[in-house]
Design a protein. Structure first.
Length: 299
């Protein structure tokens, strides 16, 4: 239950559960107690999505309703008299990618709150809370002088993984580094990922170690907002690498259980990336990277 009292009204919001998949229905029960008489009030219960970005000490949030209903229409509400209503709100069943649809209203009825919602807005990335980026969902009640929200979680469902490993920077001139044998679909937070690190040196290299790192990467357009290592495993200690003698090494990496899901929105993304690293002293490391999509284990 969520709620706090304001001068205009006290609002309590209950949902039938806390976690939903795309396409599910949120059954919201709202109890409203006006603080003053409300003759013919306009009250809305809506499903709200919000994107937030924090960067360089500043932040902004963009939020929009993806479903909603007018409630208590045609009724005058008296101060102190509690009223209740139950509303079904549909979680959009498309999470990725941003839809290419016409900007028509969701319904063709000006008396329906959904007439104010454009079809291109009936979308939103699943819940994911990064360091700089946040995608969140709420049940919202808007009444005169009152705006209350109860948070819910919309799960990121599993999806296919990218197959190719990419070099980073000038790494390819030092060694060809690939990560193979990984899961072909997204993995849940907390899972143990196994695979093979292959290092094919193009010149002689004296490495301090060979590692596989898991890095949180948050991007807005072409800009990287966050690049933070969250887990790592050492695959080999000091090693001399020579051309024509590639190393194939098995690895196992347990993901932290609190990883936020990978998501892609219209303009930004939260990604999990595996880096195969040749740790080189006194020079830039040779690195190959591969995406590792992560979903909520509840999905």
């Amino acid at each position: 239950m969520f709620g706090r009292r304001r001068r205009a009204a006290a609002v309590e919001i209950r949902t039938d559960r806390e976690v939903y998949r795309p396409g599910d229905t949120v059954r919201a029960r709202v109890r409203l107690t006006p603080g003053t008489d409300l003759p013919d009030p306009e009250i809305v219960v809506a499903l709200l999505h919000a994107d937030s970005i924090s960067e360089s000490g500043s932040s902004w949030t963009d939020s929009w309703a993806v479903d909603g209903r007018y409630v208590f229409q045609g009724r005058s509400l008296r101060a102190g008299e509690a009223v209740e209503v139950e509303v079904d709100l549909r979680v959009p069943d498309r999470s990725l990618p941003f839809p290419d649809v016409d900007d028509d209203p969701l319904v063709d009825d000006p008396e329906d709150y959904r007439y104010e919602i454009l079809r291109s807005e009936v979308w939103g990335a699943p819940t994911s809370i990064g360091k700089a980026l946040r995608s969140e969902w709420f049940v919202q009640v808007i009444a005169p002088g009152t705006d209350e929200r109860a948070a819910i979680t919309v799960l990121a469902v599993g999806g296919p993984a990218e197959a190719a490993t990419e070099p980073r920077g000038d790494s390819d001139r030092l060694a060809r580094i690939t990560l193979d044998g990984l899961p072909q679909r997204s993995v849940p937070a907390g899972a143990t990922v196994t695979g093979r690190l292959r290092v094919d040196a193009r010149t002689e290299l004296d490495a301090r170690a060979l590692r596989v790192d898991l890095v949180l990467v948050e991007t807005q357009g072409d800009r990287v907002l966050t690049a933070e290592r969250k887990a790592s495993t050492t695959v080999s200690g000091p090693a001399r690498l020579t051309p024509g003698a590639p190393r194939d090494l098995a690895f196992s990496l347990t993901l932290p259980p609190d990883l936020t899901p990978s998501i892609t929105t219209e303009s930004w993304a939260i990604s999990w990336v595996l880096f195969g690293v040749v740790d080189l002293p006194r020079r830039e490391d040779a690195v190959g990277k591969r995406m590792l999509p992560v979903h909520d284990p509840r999905a």
